[in-house]
Design a binder for this molecule. Sequence first.
Ligand code: ATP
Ligand code: MG
Length: 431
Amino acid sequence: MAEQLKAIKGMNDILPPHSARWEWLEDTVRALMRRYGYQNVRVPIVEPTALFVRGLGEVTDIVEKEMYSFEDSLNGDKLTLRPEGTAGVVRAINEHSFLYEGGKRLYYIGPMFRHERPQKGRYRQFHQVGAEVLGFAGPDVDAETILMSAALWRDLGLAVGDDVRLEINSLGQPEERRAHREALITYLQSHEALLDDEARRRLHTNPLRILDTKNPALQAVVEGAPRLIDFLGEASLAHFDAVKQALDAAGIAYRVNPRLVRGMDYYNLTVFEWVTERLGSQGTVCGGGRYDGLIEQLGGKPAPAVGWGLGMERLLLLLEEVGKVPAPVVPDAFAVVLAGTPLPQVLATLEALRAQGVSVLLNPAGKDGPASPKSQFKKADASGARFALVFGPDEFSRGEVAIKPLRDGGEQRLAPLADVAGWGPGLRAAG
Ligand code: ATP
Ligand code: MG
């Protein structure tokens, strides 16, 4: 036998029955997006490397060590598998002057790629739902995007404030960050002996990111560091207050976490994360914030924006952890076809049912005809279908099919094929 090839480490196959949970999550997301007026956007998975280097910032974990970058072997172009969705969406709206007529609410669902150490909740190919609102500057939009994420948790059956908790912060504006940065560097320099290699390296390139360190040994230094929030001016504070007031009015609990910074450099003003205690150290399910400078930074006409991204694998792990995944999808009916029944007419009958929205599974006949009734009924039971449609040669030649309830009790009955167009309501699962 030929050697079997395997998937790349950290890149997962999503197979049935598990894939049904993904479809359920995607359906729930799409219904949510419709309610909030978001439109779907699909951009390439491969982009010029420069997009992410310029967009996310050179001294970020993602750009420094997590990107799958390669050269196009045909022309030497430097390309990268997208590690996140925002930069590509911004490139697309710039390229197509998409904000020309005004602001836009967009969302996407798709794979992202980061070269990380695979573990539970952390993969090399993972999937995000992303929401981006472009062209609106007010805090009402920050609040609405956060409220929309909270609505998604509710739609999925998660307890907001318990299964997932909201943390928010304000990163202010670039000039406020600069003043804080000076103070932070001075502070960190005075504690340089306590820093790890990475922190020392970042001291002058990106000291804010040191506050986001996962090294427990640095927590004490980080705790005592000057807080960005103390450097915010009136306008930034007013924006932050307005967001908080909107969350209060909607009854969404949050914790202001002054040390919350995010993994990309493009954020300003509001940043937030939804975190859970139920997934160990991979506890951030969703994160986002405002990124008013990015559109211009990537060559577009200046326009404000805000958005978030959520990790679908982590969200599904959390939903499984708290037992909030839907029951497996089962067919309405399972066709048991006994030897001697004309298959073309059986197939035509099933088509008439499917046209009415009935889901019917046919047990395929082998080369030697249908399997034994016993084996077919066993499969019908295992399928979870509510009804077996028993196609027997004698009944069929009289123009009848037996409908046998498999789960809710009740008698088997013979139904005239002439009425097949009316079977739908009786066979379809309620709702
Ligand atoms: P973390 O701090 O856990 O590395 P991050 O800040 O790098 O997360 P973002 O870039 O904000 O994550 O991406 C948004 C969401 O995507 C995260 O909150 C998380 O749910 C998910 N995510 C990020 N990286 C991964 C990964 N390697 N595997 C699975 N999900 C991921
Ligand atoms: Mg990360």
